[in-house]
Every structure is written in C-alpha cells, then in structure tokens.
Write a protein that binds this ligand. Structure first.
Ligand SMILES: [Mn+2]
Length: 375
C-alpha cells in the first residue's frame, strides 16, 4: 500500500481519536447531542481543504459497538467526502468499538491492525485495542517495522494518567512515534525507551467533551514532512461547545457568581454551554438560586460538596479535643455514631490494642453465632 502526497503544504497525516459517535448515558439524557458529528465534520473539512495524505483514527470511533444506523451512514458519508478529495482513511479499534469494523463498510477505509501503510516517506503500523501491559509489550516487540515508523494504537500510559497498573513509555523495548488514542486530553510526551532510543507520543485527546470534567480546547494533529527534522506537527483547534467549571466556597463567592454577566447563556444547539458548579452545600439556598437563574439557559450541572468533610484545617474545638483526649477524642468529630466509631475509640483508648482487638473479635463471633448461624 502506498500513496504519494504531492502538495508540500499538505499534511501527510491528520490524526484524531476518541470520536465516540452517539451520545449515551447521562450526557444524552441532558440533551447534549451532536458534538461528535460536528467535530468530525470539521476534521474532514480540514483534510479535504488541505489535501491530507491520510486521516488516521486512533480508536473509540463509536461509543458502543452496536451503534446506530444513522451514525454509520454519517461516517460513510464523511469517508465519501475524504475519498473525493483523495484522502485515505486508516483506523484501529479502541475498547469502545469492540470488534465492529464500522469504517470498513466504506472501501476507502483500511483497518490497520497488524498491517502497515506508507504515505509520503512515512510508515504507519497499527495495533487494535487497549491491552494489559504484558500483552501490549508482546505485540509491540513483534512489530516488523523500520525505525522511525509511527504506531497507531489505543493505549493508556502511566506517564499521562498515573495508575500503577498502566504501562510506562519507558518500558518499551525500542522507541516508535506513537499516534495514541485513549487519553482524552490533548498532549505530547517525549520518552526514552529501554534501548536508549527516543520517541514521542502524540495524544490528540477526544474531539469533544465527554463529561463535565474534561478539559476544554479540543484539538487534533496535522503531521507534515519536515525540512530540518523528519517531520513537523501542529495542533489544530476544533470549535466545540463551551464547557465552564466553577468552584464556590463562600457566601460572598456565591453572590458574586449570581451577579456575573459574562456567562455563556442562552446558546442553542452546539452553542448551548455546559456550566458545572461545585459548591459547599451549607451556602443557604444557593442550589435553588442557581436552578432558578441558570437551568433554562444552559446545561447546568450542580455538585454540592460537604465542607466538613473537605476542610482540612481543624477547628478550635477539634484542636482542643485532641489536646485533651488524644485521637480517641477526635473520632467523635469525624465519625458518625455507630459500630465504626465505637470500635475505633476502643482501639485508640486501649493500653494493649492487640488484646482489645482479640476481645472485640470474640464479641463479634459470639454475637453472630447467637444471631444468625445457630449451630
Ligand atoms: Mn475514549
């Protein structure tokens, strides 16, 4: 497979991932729809206008394997446009796609899993699905590709998202440049593989916010033949629905928020903003005020939070209680009445905590024996 891209102003590769076509779950029930298709149409426009060599899709193309017929129709219509402009589509699957190769319903899309595709002087190989570290490393080590190739994949990395169970870029036996879906934020990360070779990971992020915690500023990548370097890449911004988050801690902040004149209200369709407000639930009447002021003018998400649980500075009462009675005194301040509080206090007050625990264990088994087991 090969294709030559003659226009030097054109990107050889346009890369996006985590399109998640079809809205599902709470998002859909809030009436937040159309974002995935709108973003993808912008990417397709860019590819056609700039005569890209390939459009690479890094998995999670649909949100559920059994996607809707109209989504598949939309996808095929967009691939038609790309074909008309001479842009080849290559893709791999993410965990949300299951095993459904929906883009392959169109003859201009190549499922790249276990294969390689050449565009200009670049080689791109593909690997489906998020994998456990051992499985990913085995598949990676078996790749037969020239150095400097790209790998189109859908994988989580500890360097990006933390999590001890995730694979590390530094664990890779040799470096490839990774076109990697799965992480919903747009970023790049340079890394050094075990053999000392250097690579880069390009994470395009999702094409639209999938929940209120996602970062704004959705982007995709365009990769160009370089002059001084093998290639150059640019992040291209997408126009997306406004998503704003606020965190209100005091009555003064609540009043100031309600008086704001700069909120993106009354938008329709894809302009209708998501506004997410976290606030301490002890601010009297604030939730009801927010509902009245905003609920009919945006997609409003309210997150009441418990100040007592979250504030870290101990109160004067707490400091005094701990000074007087030690940690056992503090238990009353943080635990609801019940067996957890009683047990914690008994252990903290005991001279020999091990002996006290043995007594408590005996009491527990005695009570369950008489209560439920009976014989
Ligand atoms: Mn995803």
């Amino acid at each position: 497979m090969a294709m030559t891209n003659m226009n030097s102003e054109s990107p050889s590769i346009v890369f996006t991932a985590d399109l998640h076509f079809d809205e599902t779950g709470a998002w859909k029930h809030r009436g937040i729809t159309g974002d995935a298709c709108d973003s993808f149409a912008q990417i397709v426009d860019f590819c056609c206008a700039h005569q890209a060599g390939v459009l690479a899709l890094g998995g999670d193309i649909v949100d559920r394997p059994s996607t809707k017929q109209r989504t598949v129709k939309f996808l095929c219509d967009q691939i038609d446009l790309l074909q008309g402009a001479g842009v080849q589509v290559i893709y791999i699957l993410g965990q949300h796609d299951g095993r459904e190769e929906w883009p392959s319903l169109h003859p201009n899309a190549i499922h790249l899993h276990g294969r390689a595709y050449d565009v200009d002087e670049f080689t791109i190989c593909g690997l489906d699905h998020y994998r456990r570290p051992g499985e990913f490393l085995a598949a990676y080590a078996a790749l037969q590709v020239p150095p400097g190739s790209f790998l189109l994949c859908h994988q989580g990395w500890r360097e990006l998202m933390g999590g001890k169970e995730e694979l590390m870029l530094a664990d890779l036996p040799f470096a490839l440049d990774l076109l990697c879906g799965d992480y919903h934020d747009h970023c790049t990360r340079h890394y050094k593989a075990r053999d000392g070779s250097h690579g880069i990971l390009l994470s395009p992020g999702s094409t639209h916010a999938r929940d209120v915690t996602e970062e704004n500023g959705k982007q995709f990548f365009a990769i160009y033949r370089g002059t001084a370097t093998p290639y150059a890449y640019r992040s291209i911004s997408l126009r997306t629905r406004p998503v704003q988050r606020y965190w209100i801690r005091t009555v003064a902040e609540a009043d100031a928020f309600l008086a704001r004149q700069d909120l993106p209200l009354d938008g329709t369709g894809l302009e209708r903003a998501v506004i997410d407000v976290s606030f301490y639930s002890d601010i009297d009447g604030f939730a009801a005020q927010l509902e009245r002021a905003l609920a009919t003018r945006c997609h409003l998400f309210l997150k009441p939070r418990d100040r007592r649980r979250e504030e870290r500075t101990p109160s004067a009462v707490a400091r005094r209680t701990i000074a007087d009675r030690g940690l056992a005194g503090a238990v009353d301040l943080v635990c609801e009445p019940g067996p957890v509080r009683d047990s914690a206090k008994r252990l903290l007050e005991a001279i020999d905590a091990g002996a006290e625990l043995a007594v408590m264990r005996k009491e527990f088994y005695d009570s369950t024996d008489s209560g439920s087991r009976g014989g």
